[in-house]
Design a protein around this ligand. Sequence first.
Ligand SMILES: [Zn+2]
Length: 316
Amino acid sequence: MKLNLLLFFFSTLVTLSWAQTPNLSKYNEEIKKVEKTVKYFEVEKINDQFYMLIGGGGNVGIYISDENVVMVDNKYEIIEEVLMSSLREITAKPIKYIINTHYHHDHSDGNRAFGKMGIPIISHENAKIRMQKVTTLYGGIYDFIDGFVQGQYPSEALPIITYNSKLTLSEGGEAIEMYNFGSGHTDGDTIIYFKNANIMHTGDAFVRYGYPYVDLNNGGSIKGIIEVLGSIAALADDQTVIMPGHGNLSSKQDVLDLRDSLMNLYQKTILGLENGRSYQEIADSIEETLVGDPNMPKAEITKINYIKSIELELKN
Ligand SMILES: [Zn+2]
C-alpha cells in the first residue's frame, strides 16, 4: 500500500514536471534565425516626429516628443542592440514608455531587454495575462506556426500599466489613445492612435501579408477581426497614416479593403457550409484570393485553411 502510494506520488511528480517543461524548439529556432539574419532595420520616416522600423519582427512605431521617445512594440530581445542603434540614428532622447500592441513574441519579446532597463511597458490587460503563461499559438492558418510554443515572460518583462477598453497617455503635446476593440488577432490587441498627428499603429489587427493570422488558441476571432478592422477604419479618416503590424504604411481604404475581403470570405464560408459544400467548392465560390507577401506560403492553401478555421470558430 505504502509503496503504491509512493509510486503514485512519484509518477504524478514526473507527469507534472514533464508537463511544465514547454517545448520551445520552434521559438528557439526562430530566435537563432533572427540573430543570424537581422543586422539592421529599414527606417521609414513619416515626419520629423514619427518613424517606422521595418524588418526582424513586427513594425516598430517611434514617436519623438521634445523630451522623450515613445516606442510601439520592440521586436526580439536578441536584436535589442540593432533596434537601439536604429533608434539612435534618429534621436538620442530616452525611451519613456513602450506600448505592446499584443503579447506575441515577434512584437514584444524585446520586453525581456527593455523591462530590465526599467522602461515602463503598457499593454492591454489580456496581453499581460497571456505573457504570464506558456501559450501554444494556433497552427490552423499558417503551417509553420503549428506547434509554436511561446514561453512565459519573466516578471521584469511584464507591462506595469494595463487597461481594459481605452487608455489615453499625454506626452509632449500628443494625445496617445490606446483602444481595445474586442477579440481580433488575440484577445488583448491594442490599437494606438496618435490623435494630433493622425497616425495609427494597429499591431497585427491589420497586416499586409495577405490573409491575417488569427490566434484562435489565444482569444483571437475571425469574426472579431473583421469587426475590429471596421472599428479601426471608423477611428481613421482619409488622411490617417496607418502603421500595420507587418507591411507597408497604409491608409483607411486599405483597412476597409481587407475588411471587405474577409467579410466576403466569412459570409460565403457560412453559406457553403450550410449547403454541405466541400472546402474546395467554398474556396472556388470566393473569387478573390488574398496574395500579400510573396514569402508567405501559397495563398490558395491559406484560403482553405481560413475556411476550415471559420468552421472551427463557428463550432466553439
Ligand atoms: Zn501577432
